[in-house]
Design a protein around this ligand. Structure first.
Ligand code: 6PG
Length: 231
């Protein structure tokens, strides 16, 4: 059983501030130990506050490699793209070399994007830090209940998602197996809408979020609204 460490903070700004601290520490350690920092970004709206804080970091941006846990199939500049949000509030404001921001090119269509991202990841080892969100149904990245999550040693790194219950229906997602190849995994969960999914997860429910099983365990940052009765 993967250790899951629950950290309840007062509110969403406190979750973002603690996440910022952890991102900064993970980057410092990775750059110090290996000369590079490979981070996987969560999509959705929750991480926006965190990403807006990251331009303040005192770090060597030339050592950063940014990956995306998932991406919606949409035009490159579509505001619904997970990458567009991160670029707007953070990535366009810091000097990470463009070749080190590994966008998932879903504007090329689903199959081409999956193949391009699979090739980009070839030879890349464990991620240093994986950021993930949690959906109200327990999904994470674009791994949804009732769909293939890509668990186990033979699972592909990159999945083509069709008929996703959360629009848009077509998405590219890292698999649970590839998301689990990480030195640190941090979930950001806020809002009362996530309370039921958190309770099911804590109760041992087999949610997609629970399929992320790095040897290091996972850390979940929650605000009081989503934590419910966790003390
Ligand atoms: C996406 C995300 C998805 C998200 C959760 C939570 O593309 O929608 O990757 O997994 O993290 O749905 O979304 P919110 O943060 O908007 O609640």
């Amino acid at each position: 059983m993967t250790p899951t460490r629950w950290h309840v903070l007062p509110d969403a700004p406190a979750v973002a501030a603690e996440a910022r601290r952890r991102v900064e520490e993970a980057a410092r350690r990775a750059i110090g130990e290996r000369g590079a920092f490979h981070i996987v970004l969560a999509g959705g709206t929750t991480p926006r506050l965190l990403y807006s804080l990251l331009p303040q970091l005192a770090t060597d941006w030339s050592r950063w490699h940014v990956w995306f846990g998932d991406e919606r199939v949409a035009a490159a500049n579509d505001p619904e793209r997970n990458s567009v949000m991160a670029q707007t509030v953070w990535l366009d404001r810091v000097p990470i070399p463009a070749a080190q921001v590994h966008l998932i090119p879903t504007e090329r269509g689903l199959a081409a994007a999956v193949e391009a991202y699979r090739q980009a990841l070839a030879g890349v080892g464990d991620f240093d830090l994986v950021l993930l969100g949690l959906g109200e149904d327990g999904h994470t990245a674009s791994l949804f209940p009732g769909h293939d999550w890509g668990v186990g040693p033979t699972a592909p790194d990159v999945l083509a998602i069709e008929n996703a219950p959360k629009p848009p229906p077509q998405r590219v997602s890292l698999s649970a197996a590839r998301l689990s190849r990480a030195r640190s995994v941090l979930f950001l969960v806020t809002g009362a809408g996530k309370r039921e999914a958190v309770a099911r997860w804590r109760g041992g429910g087999m949610l997609p979020a629970a399929a992320i099983t790095p040897a290091c365990g996972v850390d979940v940052l929650l605000d009081a609204e989503s934590a419910g009765d966790i003390v």
